[in-house]
Design a protein around this ligand. Structure first.
Ligand SMILES: Cc1cc2nc3c(=O)[nH]c(=O)nc-3n(C[C@H](O)[C@H](O)[C@H](O)COP(=O)(O)OP(=O)(O)OC[C@H]3O[C@@H](n4cnc5c(N)ncnc54)[C@H](O)[C@@H]3O)c2cc1C
Length: 474
């Protein structure tokens, strides 16, 4: 279809000045903003939804993982500190997360798991952003960039600089002029608008985990005793229960395929096999129903994505209805929440100075410019070649945050790593937080020193990361 264009009239746009601008108050973006502010920078953070937290409050509430990968939980070492770990402690203090629950030996990808209450997460992360003094603009869309004049188009390495970004909200349109910019939008929106090199990864998600998107929701009013006892081989296969005695009862369910079509007639027309993961942290509530396949769509196309959002809500309703009709103990159940926006596992990936590869992750590779250590892989132990060898973790290099062709922009979160298998590690919540803290600290230091991202001495970055309790050696 031919695209028609309209030339907008020139206009004057009010300017907000700051040291560091962060697009996206999600998993990585909130940590980046807090880290930059704690390192002394003035920070503006924008988020298109009215809620900070991103996919962590929209589905990714099983926060994976703070420990080295090992089949024996007692041998696991904690390898993640910094803001990510502090966040867990504060969630636990607020009654909004489970303890670190040891997982059975066959789940060597995650020796300890922590599951958060998405509502408490929203409050705790809001408090931390306010305490750090971050200027937060919610219901605000980052929508364009303005590059600095004089960029050398002919140069082989085009290290352009961003001069300003444009945001839109109820106040209208503003320009934010910052010294450094962090793209934590998940989709690499700043990098795309800046014309940097990107590749689409989302199609590959059909090969590794159902699909690239999913709408997570929860159901309450469930009698688990009956659901598990009266239905032991059916829907709920209990993987483990931990009662902390503080109102948090964590139950993990392994999904079992519904074989008895007559008994489960209401599910007959539903493609229910994709509801692969269910977790509960409150009595009577299935807190987390992860529709891992999602509705078919092109996650890089706004209209297609919107349709999938709507189809996913219909699917959740139909699924809940079938649960009520077929599963003992669910007669009085109901949908208690659904994520504000559908979760996306991957869309556009931005090409950065270092694109980490699966072989490096499996080999537990270390780098000379690390911003953190990570030891979780979502394909392990399912795929032997994705296991991380001894000591069960790898380094996340600073260079993986630096997009080719731009000198004052950092990428953080699921928008990096083009190797699909490697992405199944780095994109997970804690990996995104590690990148967020690395980007936040580096951006603050570069803003103070008035230098480009590649001119920052690693020793200075390491010093500040350690001061912020990031673990760089174990
Ligand atoms: C269904 C699902 C289940 C998952 N389960 C788990 C799990 O159990 N454990 C685990 O560790 N990981 C899980 N993950 C993966 C993990 O949660 C995500 O990869 C990670 O949270 C992504 O973090 P991020 O910061 O890159 O993006 P996000 O957390 O998605 O943050 C991006 C933010 O940017 C905002 N934004 C986007 N564009 C703009 C714009 N133009 N202007 C302003 N704001 C913008 C978005 O609204 C969003 O808040 C899951 C992912 C999905 C989709």
């Amino acid at each position: 279809m031919e695209v028609k264009y309209l030339t907008e009239p020139e206009r004057k746009t009010p300017v907000v000045e700051t040291d560091v601008f962060v697009a996206g108050a999600g998993t990585a973006g909130c940590v980046a903003a807090i880290a930059a502010a704690r390192a002394g920078a003035g920070v503006v953070l924008v988020e298109r939804t009215p809620v900070p937290g991103g996919t962590l409050t929209n589905g990714g509430i099983g926060i994976s993982s703070f420990y080295s990968a090992t089949k024996e939980p007692e041998k696991a070492k904690r390898i993640v500190g910094g803001i990510a770990y502090e966040l867990m402690e504060r969630l636990q203090e607020a009654g909004g997360a489970t303890e670190f629950i040891p997982m059975p030996g066959d789940q060597n990808f995650s020796p300890y798991r922590i599951v958060a209450d998405h509502e408490i997460y929203k409050a705790v992360i809001s408090k931390m952003l306010m305490e750090a003094g971050v200027r937060v603009f919610l219901s605000t869309m980052f929508c364009d960039v303005c590059m600095e004049d004089g960029a050398d188009e002919d140069s082989a390495v085009r290290n352009h600089r961003i001069k300003a970004v444009f945001i839109e909200n109820k106040d209208g349109r503003s320009a934010v002029v910052a010294k450094q910019y962090i793209d934590a939008s998940g989709d690499g929106d700043i990098a795309r608008m800046a014309g940097l090199e990107q590749t689409e990864l989302w199609q590959r998600y059909h090969e590794v985990c159902g699909g690239p998107n999913g709408l997570v929701f929860g159901m309450a009013g469930i009698d688990f005793e009956r659901a598990v006892v009266e239905n032991p081989t059916g829907f709920f296969k209990l993987g483990g229960t931990t009662d902390q005695g503080d109102g948090i009862v964590s139950r993990r369910f392994a999904f079992t395929h519904v074989k008895d079509k007559e008994k489960y007639a209401a599910f007959a027309d539903l493609d229910i096999n994709f509801f692969t993961s269910m977790q509960s942290i409150h009595e009577g509530e299935l807190t987390y129903i992860n529709n891992s396949k999602g509705a078919d769509c092109n996650v890089c196309d706004a209209e297609s994505l919107s349709r999938a959002e709507m189809e996913s809500r219909v699917m959740a309703m139909e699924f809940a209805d079938a649960m009520k009709k077929c599963v003992p103990g669910c007669e009085n159940s109901y949908i208690s929440w659904a994520s504000t926006q559908m979760g996306v596992r991957a869309s556009r990936i931005t090409m950065c100075d270092k694109m980490i590869a699966q072989e490096e992750i499996s080999a537990a590779k270390r780098f000379e410019d690390e911003v953190g250590l990570y030891g979780f892989h979502d394909l392990s132990p399912k795929r032997k070649e994705c296991e991380i060898c001894e000591p069960g973790f790898y380094g996340m290099p600073y260079r993986m945050l630096l997009p080719g062709g731009c000198d004052n922009l950092y990428m953080a979160g699921r928008c990096v790593t083009g190797d699909i298998e490697a992405h199944m590690s780095t994109r997970n919540t804690v990996g995104c937080m590690i990148m967020g803290q690395g980007a936040g600290v580096a951006a603050a230091l570069c803003a103070r020193a008035d230098c480009g991202s590649r001119e920052l001495p690693y020793g200075r970055l390491r010093e500040e990361l350690l001061a912020q309790n990031v673990i760089l050696e174990v």
